[in-house]
Design a protein around this ligand. Sequence first.
Ligand SMILES: [Zn+2]
Length: 182
Amino acid sequence: MNTKTLDIISNETLDTEKVNHAKEILLDLQADLKTRIGSNGVGPFLAAIYDEKGNLVSKETNSVVHDQCSNCHAEVNAIRAAEKKLGTYDLAPYNLSLYVTSEPCIMCLGAIMWSGIRNVYYGVTSKRVEEITGFDEGFKPDWLNEFKNRGITVYGNIATKEGEDVLEYYVNSGEPVYKPSR
Ligand SMILES: [Zn+2]
């Protein structure tokens, strides 16, 4: 294990090959996301779902502002698109992996659990998302172990520097940090 993998957050034994593969995908997603910011109410999060052969099943941004819908997070949008495409509410038989530019929020953790997604790879941690943007990611008690208990593997904090740069770009562009008024 080299020092680079020590920063990875996971609920299973570290697999460098998996992490390196995920890093390639997440770097592509971060670059793709950056090109979409500033247009048509796109939020600063992008999620993609791949099958076990590496085929892209769905890829969606956060669209809360565009759709005027508080639950239109990237993960939820990508899961909805994948289920529609495959014609099922149960993605488990397809052994799918979700890649997302930042750690899933409290709502998306639930959406991932109910979808049957088997593997989750994410970029920036919720703590850093909150520090950089001011978005509220919610309270998340011990979700790594809860996912492990349900057979969902998680690797996170991948390509974090690039992900943080995109979030900073979003904030510096004057894009909205939307949240309910309290
Ligand atoms: Zn979310």
